[in-house]
Design a protein around this ligand. Structure first.
Ligand code: ADP
Ligand code: TZD
Ligand code: MG
Length: 570
């Protein structure tokens, strides 16, 4: 029985909480303040977990990752105008990444906002949120809270998941209504993300195209990881025998050491494949839009695309065989329709890929063993790679430029949804929010591998990690700056170059300041010891890993996207 049933009256605060709980949403990520302070307090009193952050963007990132990991919308709770805006970046990022979340913000009085009379933290938040999310709603009457929360949940998780904004004006929270009526007004959402079955024609068409392939390739994206249809994905890949590439957050959907993984022959397979099956992945910038040099001869490929969003088809290149539906339904239909006599993938294609994989893996393994001081990216990541292999349940969070790009290719992942990173926008600042959500939602140890710049965007949240005593080990790859620590001010003036930080900063001491464990590591052995200890103890830990400030490259692996000035170069 909830508290509202034991009282004759209920109010807006309790109805919001009861509506969330009724829908099995039991955690709120947020920052308190007017007018939602009591909402957090009452939520905690009513048995919800309320995780307070130091900045709303990180609470929002945590909510979106909670959504990604659980398929239930993560909740981010903020105050009006500035708190709302701080959370909005995360809401937009969630929508961009197809993660379900709901940003709930308190707002000022409508009468004053609409007449622009200067209320405390005044802003027309609903209007501002609308273009940045999947859906946005405002509730003016307590009796509508149940319906509004139901709509928000449905909008977030059905079809292509995304972010939803719920605007709750201050006055709503204090509105009182009869408790029994209030209870009746709540809605338990039935089947929030209904299966979407593909048409039989689309399955037949896709298999016709796949059957004709001489050099087929499957690309698995984070939509496939999100779907939690891991066995169906595995059966499809294994029955087809087709080599696959995982996008970064789809790593581990099948273990990275799976014989069909073509991860170590990425450029070869993208260039040479003649049929590409996209599964929960988009042909956006991360895949050079499906065209250009990295994709080989123009017109050399045909695409099959499996996605829940019909409008994704033909977004960048022609899709010969669109398969629209949820991943589970689509792939199980395709696997079934393959029957018992599905032709083997041509042996020469498999052999070519294997040869390239062997060469590339051999090249890499030598670099990973290096013991130079200071460490470079390879030697430090070589140590972390071993740890992650020994601890396949741990969740890896990763952001930075070089720190991201090297870690993505060096650290193998062995289980689904164990890698969380900068996603579709390549956004810095997701690190600590993602780490908190991963620990809170799963209870598993988290290893956050962070560039020193990337870490700075959300670094204050290590206090949050210590406060909730979360099993998070942060490793800061400290190369004194963005990409490198070696840039010079060309004028010789006092200011350092824009990409450079304080030399030899001690990020480990920040962690110690909050009662966590701080370690300064200069060798792969020291790094290994510190991370293993952290993962064994579950104590909040930050390891400052000293990385050669010369080791990185501009923008990591996407330097080609940098516009270059031909005029102002000195
Ligand atoms: P990646 O960055 O890993 O390539 P994207 O975020 O670009 O992945 O693509 C994810 C895709 O997955 C989106 O187009 C989204 O519509 C789709 N998607 C998400 N959930 C499902 C699902 N349950 N079934 C089918 N497609 C899904
Ligand atoms: N701001 C935001 C929100 N996202 C971004 N991606 C950037 C700025 C630009 N940016 C990158 O794309 S990577 C990066 C920035 C600032 C930091 C790279 O430095 P790092 O990593 O220390 O994190 P490495 O290992 O030194 O390359
Ligand atoms: Mg750096």
């Amino acid at each position: 029985m909830t508290s509202s049933e034991t009282q004759a009256l209920t109010d807006g605060f309790h109805l919001v909480i009861d509506a969330l709980k009724l829908n099995d949403i039991n955690t709120i990520y947020g920052v308190p303040g007017i007018p939602i302070t009591d909402l957090g307090r009452i939520a905690q009193a009513e048995g919800m977990r309320v995780i307070s952050f130091r900045h709303e963007q990180h609470a929002g990132n945590a909510a979106s990752i909670a959504g990604y990991l659980t398929k239930k919308p993560g909740i981010c709770l903020t105050v009006s105008a500035p708190g709302f805006l701080n959370g909005l970046t995360a809401l937009a990022n969630a929508t961009t990444n197809c993660f379900p979340m709901i940003l709930i913000s308190g707002s000022s009085e409508r009468e004053i906002v609409d007449l622009q009379q200067g209320d405390y933290e005044e802003m027309d938040q609903l209007a501002i949120a609308k273009p940045l999310c999947k859906a946005a709603f405002r509730v003016l009457h307590a009796e509508d809270i149940g319906i509004a929360v139901a709509r928000a949940i449905r909008a977030a998780v059905s079809g292509r998941p995304g972010g939803v904004y719920l605007d709750l004006p201050a006055k709503l929270f204090a509105q009182v209504m009869d408790a029994a009526e209030g209870q009746k007004s709540l809605v338990k959402v039935v089947d929030p993300a209904p299966q979407q079955l593909p048409s039989p024609d689309s399955i037949a068409r896709a298999l016709d195209v796949l059957k004709s392939a001489k050099r087929p390739l499957i690309i698995l994206g984070k939509g496939a990881a999100y779907a939690q249809q891991d066995e169906i994905v595995r059966s499809f890949v294994e029955k087809s025998g087709v080599p696959y590439l995982p996008m970064s957050m789809a790593k581990g959907l099948l273990p990275d050491d799976h014989p069909q993984s073509a991860g170590a022959a990425r450029s070869l397979v993208l260039k040479e494949a003649d049929v590409v099956v996209m599964v929960g992945a988009r042909l956006n910038w991360l895949l050079s839009h499906g065209k250009g040099k990295s994709w080989g001869e123009p017109g050399s490929k045909r695409f099959i695309q499996v996605d829940i969003e019909p409008r994704e088809m033909d977004s960048n290149v022609e899709i010969a065989a669109p398969v629209v539906g949820d991943i589970g339904s689509c792939l199980s239909a395709m696997t079934k329709a393959m029957g018992d006599k599905w032709p083997a993938v041509p042996a020469d294609w498999i052999a070519n890929i294997q040869t390239r994989k062997d060469v590339n893996l051999e090249k890499m393994s030598a670099k990973l063993m290096s013991n130079t001081v200071p460490m470079d990216f390879h030697s430090a990541l070589g140590a972390l790679r071993t740890i992650v292999k020994q601890r396949p349940d741990a969740i890896l969070v990763n952001e930075g430029a070089n720190t991201l790009d090297f870690a993505r290719s060096i650290i193998d992942v062995f289980k689904p949804r164990k890698r969380l990173d900068v996603g579709t926008w390549g956004i810095m600042g997701i690190g600590m929010g993602a780490a908190v959500a991963a620990a809170v939602e799963t209870g598993l140890p988290v290893l956050a591998v962070e560039g020193d710049s990337a870490f700075g965007f959300s670094g204050m949240e290590i206090e949050t990690i210590c406060r909730y005593n979360l099993p998070v080990c942060v490793v800061v790859f400290n190369n004194n700056g963005i990409y490198r620590g070696t840039d010079q001010n060309p004028t010789g003036g006092e200011d350092v170059a824009p990409t450079v930080f304080v030399k030899d900063a001690r990020y480990d001491q920040m962690m110690a300041a909050f009662g966590g464990v701080g370690v300064y590591a200069t060798t792969p052995d020291e790094l290994t010891r510190a991370v293993n200890e952290a993962m064994d103890s579950g104590k909040p830990t930050l390891v400052n890993a000293v990385i050669d400030e010369n080791a990185g490259t501009e923008s990591g692996r996407i330097g080609n996207l940098n516009p270059q000035s031909v005029v102002s170069k000195k």
